[in-house]
Write a protein that binds this ligand. Structure first.
Ligand code: ATP
Length: 304
């Protein structure tokens, strides 16, 4: 179970906020305060999770993080009986009297959703479309009626009322991603969905400067290289390398003292190691790795 208290993410560099991001955060915070759940949707590496966590932190309530997956079920969300505890009292104080009192009770453990809903935490449900839609049905009652039904739990009360401070932030990848389920319209209809796309080269470069501490010019060279390769992939309807790849290249180059120079052999090896697989996914099947490697080397010389 992951419970992030307010202490987490104290690093001011955790989310580099340009004006657009700041504006998005403040709008989203207003919507959350008004009681509407937020849903960030976009391709991998566009910063949905980072944004969701930064937004959750702004609520100044404890944060509960759940990752969607196809095995997630109501027992994980609501809770489950985890075993038995027994109590036995043997009273033989008066020798001629023998009294034995034994009771067995089931031990209950609250699920993550129940804990968050009861205590008014901010729930970040990351990649929620990776969970089966029937698992996510429970959110319909939460968002519409403000109750969490305790079905299948054998608990005496049929539901609990949602704490007024409870709020949810969802993130998801587009439908064409592998392992993603289509979301029921009824649920989507209750969320404020904000589409997130790839940032501009300069915005991505600012994140590299803020997080890794490299020079702006070097950062821009890396994000231009990656954005250029991504562009080629997007034409093939694949997502291609993301900001995550740029961050990896920048971090490794900085830590290993590799010059950020497209003609430097070590830098070329670093880029081909980190990018070949993703770029080759966008190429025709035959010789795709070789083609990808050549394309990366060409782009290195051209953009870095
Ligand atoms: N504004 C930002 N400031 C600092 N780092 C950022 C920012 N946006 C994204 N990142 C970094 O980029 C990487 C990808 O971000 P994140 O994991 O939030 O993306 P995502 O859209 O949730 O990706 P996925 O769909 O693959 O989970 C992370 O290392 C994150 O720290």
């Amino acid at each position: 179970m992951t419970v992030l208290k307010e202490k987490v993410n104290t690093d001011s560099k955790a989310l580099v906020q340009d004006d657009e991001t700041k504006h998005l955060l403040s709008r989203s915070l207003r919507y959350l305060k008004a009681g509407y759940p937020i849903h960030f949707n976009g391709p991998s590496g566009t910063g949905k999770t980072s944004l969701a966590l930064a937004l959750a932190k702004k609520r100044k309530r404890p944060v509960m993080l759940i990752h969607g997956n196809h095995e997630l079920n109501n027992r994980d969300l609501i809770g489950d009986f985890t075993g038995y505890s027994s109590k036995k009292t043997v009273d033989n104080y008066v020798r001629s009297v023998y009294k034995k009192d034994e009771s067995v009770t089931e031990t209950w453990r609250d699920g993550r959703l129940l804990e968050a809903a009861k205590n008014g935490y901010t729930l970040v449900y990351d990649e929620f479309t990776r969970s089966h839609p029937t698992t996510n049905n429970i959110f319909l009652s939460i968002l519409e009626e403000g109750v969490l039904p305790l079905y299948g739990s054998k608990l005496t009360e049929p539901y609990i009322r949602i704490h007024p401070k409870f709020s949810v932030i969802f993130t998801s990848n587009p439908l064409e991603y592998a392992g993603v389920y289509e979301t029921q319209d009824a649920l989507l209809d209750r969320l404020i969905t904000i589409p997130l796309g790839y940032k501009a080269i300069e915005q991505e470069a600012a994140i590299l400067v803020g997080k890794i501490g490299i020079e702006e010019e070097e950062a821009q060279a890396i994000t231009t290289l990656v954005a250029n390769l991504r562009e080629k992939c997007l034409k093939e309807s694949r997502s291609g390398p993301s900001l995550r790849s740029s961050l990896m290249i920048a971090r490794l180059a900085s830590e290993e003292d590799i010059p950020i120079d497209g003609n430097d052999e070590d830098f070329q090896v670093l880029c081909t190691d980190l990018l070949t697989y993703t770029v080759s996914e966008c190429m025709e099947a035959e010789h795709s790795e070789e083609e990808a490697r050549n394309l990366i080397l060409e782009s290195c010389v051209e953009h870095v």
